[in-house]
Design a binder for this molecule. Structure first.
Ligand code: F6R
Length: 607
């Protein structure tokens, strides 16, 4: 949610900043801008809209900047509509800043500054910070930053430049992420590694309240008392090509096709002697035996992975699992105790609601296990135990490979809990684990059948609204299918437990309403087939997704997608692929911006 970048070095910085912003555009694309040291001035160029439509043409129309240091921002609007004036960088000619986060007490700061003669142009909370910095500035930038952050309530990652401190960039953060990249004779800041990876793999993670003072030759870190801090240089374990589109029309399609390798990479190191192995995070069988409850918490697709987890953990381990939407968890005063395990799922590791849920769990004293994709992210650092999904960077706003590897983790956890609790034997765990490792090949088979998803998409593209139905794990999965479709194609869709349909929702069915029915569970097949009949006889157009070993429903369905068979409980990992690709091709046919759906951002760092 908002991406910030900065560069200081010997090269011309405008192009470097714009390219880095493009890498972060998945965090927000309402507007973008840069501010650079331009002779004795700070020059700012910013524009509403995506970078290619706003900032780039505006820069192209200006004489080329020769500046070698500056900051940049790509915005997901919170305070103030997307507009040129509300775009960042924001400043007053003496100081300029870029901000990711929300300043909760900005009104009070604004009032104070207005009384002291400051005027405000934008509707943003950020302008209050820029002007407060100016107010506190007396020639010493560090002093101004320390005084300013002491006044701020809320979340922020800030990149700051002062006209009088040429080619020097300052950065500070609380709650929102920020890294400092170290190159050879050049330094960077970025909201995440994606922004800098094409220049360097070496970076420092800025911790809460730390301040970075950066020149082209290096960085000095301070705490809020101005003490110098020593920090360890980190190294990204992936390279620039992982974040490149590599000839695919969209990142989403690229990331869907990466799922077999993401699954293998995530699973293989966590299996030892045929058994799930969680020793890297310290979660033992003894601990798993003793937890009273397991909570699984996440938002959106991450929560959907958790719902699959609930079904399989409860089914195999006979242990109660409570799945919560992170945004509801804290505020429903949950019956959480220190004897519970809280599993936190997040791709970005920065989702504000999920972080709040983790804070609460830590406060209560429950054990917390984070399943996170972004290494070193806040959730990864704040949980007691962490295991990383090894999906590589996910750029498309719409999550695909991250969901799949999160779900794969749910299986490892379920097998482990069930073994620890003695509800399944070692042989059974080994057999299940072996079958889990065969899933990536079945996922590949689904990926290779793109034509059939395109056909389904051509039937869905003109729909106003549609339903996904399924029972048991198929219901859990259909939630994810429905979210994918509505998120990127803007077609309204709902997922319903197939048996629940006749308690109200079936009244929505009329001639031609598409219903996507998922039926991969042998035991529930006959029941789902009856529900299909019910909607078909009321005029629905039925797209039926089932395994190839199941009986055909003949004239009851309009289009059938056949999946390679696996053990029932493993089927969500296979069946999600057609759901992702149907959503993808529907969005493509509707000319939607697949990787950057309207109103959304990848990393949702506000509650
Ligand atoms: C949907 C999607 C979102 C995220 C959710 C959580 O395609 O991407 O629903 O799953 O915002 O994000 P993370 O996993 O980063 O916490």
């Amino acid at each position: 949610m908002c991406g910030i970048v900065g560069y200081t070095g010997e090269r011309e910085c405008a192009g470097i900043l714009v390219n880095a912003l493009k890498k972060l555009e998945y965090r927000g694309y309402d507007s973008a801008g840069i501010a650079v040291f331009d002779g004795d001035r700070l020059s700012t160029v910013k524009a509403k809209g995506k970078i290619s439509e706003g900032l780039e043409p505006r820069l192209a129309a200006l004489p080329r900047f020769t500046a070698t240091a500056g900051i940049g921002h790509t915005r997901w609007a919170t305070h103030g509509e997307p507009s040129d004036i509300n775009s960042h960088p924001i400043g007053n000619g003496r100081v300029s800043i870029v901000h990711n986060g929300i300043i909760e007490n900005y009104r009070r700061i604004k009032e104070f500054l207005t009384e002291h003669g400051y005027g405000f142009e934008s509707e943003t909370d950020t302008e209050a910070v820029a002007k407060l910095l100016d107010y506190n500035y007396n020639g010493d930038p560090l002093d101004a930053i320390i005084k300013t952050v002491a006044e701020l309530e809320g979340a922020y990652a800030l990149g700051i430049i002062f006209r009088e401190h040429k080619n020097r960039i300052f950065a500070v953060r609380k709650a929102s992420p920020l890294i400092v990249g170290q190159g050879d004779g050049e330094m960077f800041i970025g909201s995440d590694v994606t922004a800098i990876i094409e220049h360097t793999k070496n970076y420092y993670l800025l911790e809460q309240g730390e301040i970075a003072d950066i020149t082209k030759d290096g960085v000095t870190f301070y705490d809020v008392h101005r003490n110098v801090i020593q920090k360890e240089l980190q190294q990204a374990d992936w390279d620039a090509s992982a974040a490149e589109i590599c000839g695919f029309p969209h990142f989403m399609l690229k990331e869907i096709t990466e799922q077999p390798s993401a699954l293998k990479k995530t699973l293989a190191p966590r299996i030892k002697d045929g058994m799930p192995d969680f020793s890297e995070c310290g979660l033992t069988d003894e601990m798993l035996k003793n937890y009273h409850h397991i909570y699984i918490i996440g938002c959106g697709s991450a929560m959907h992975a958790g719902i699959v987890g609930k079904y399989i953990i409860e089914g195999l381990a006979r242990t109660p699992v409570i799945v919560d939407m992170a945004s509801e968890f804290k505020y429903r005063n949950p019956l959480l105790t220190k004897d519970d395990l809280v599993v936190i799922i997040s791709q970005s590791g920065e989702t504000a609601d999920t972080k709040e849920a983790l804070n609460l769990a830590n406060k209560v004293g429950a054990d917390t296990l984070a399943i996170v994709n972004v290494v070193g992210s806040s959730i990864a650092r704040e949980a007691k135990m962490v295991m990383y999904t090894l999906a590589g960077p996910e750029i498309s706003v719409c999550s695909t490979k991250a969901y799949t590897v999160q779900t794969a983790f749910m299986y490892l956890l379920a097998f482990k809990v069930a073994y620890a609790r003695g509800t399944i034997s070692e042989e059974e765990v080994k057999q299940l684990t072996k079958e889990l490792m065969e899933i990536p090949d079945k996922v590949q088979i689904c990926i290779d059948k793109q034509e059939q998803y395109q056909k389904v998409a051509s039937r869905l593209m003109s729909a106003d609204s549609l339903l996904y139905i399924g029972r048991g794990l198929d219901y859990a999965l259909s939630m994810e299918g429905s979210l994918k479709l509505k998120e990127i194609s803007y077609i309204h869709s709902e997922s319903y437990a197939a048996g629940e349909l006749k308690h109200g929702t079936i009244s929505l069915i009329e001639e031609g309403v598409p219903v996507i029915a998922v039926a991969t569970q042998q035991e529930l097949f006959a029941k789902t087939a009856s529900n299909v009949k019910e909607v078909k006889s009321r005029g629905a157009t039925v797209i039926f997704i089932c395994t190839e070993n199941m009986p055909s429903l003949g004239g009851d369905v309009d289009y059938e997608v056949l999946l390679p068979a696996a053990r029932d409980i493993l089927m969500p990992l296979v069946a999600v692929v057609p759901l992702q690709l149907i959503a993808y091709y529907t969005a493509v046919l509707r000319n939607c911006d697949v990787d950057r759906p309207r109103n959304l951002a990848k990393s949702v760092t506000v509650e």
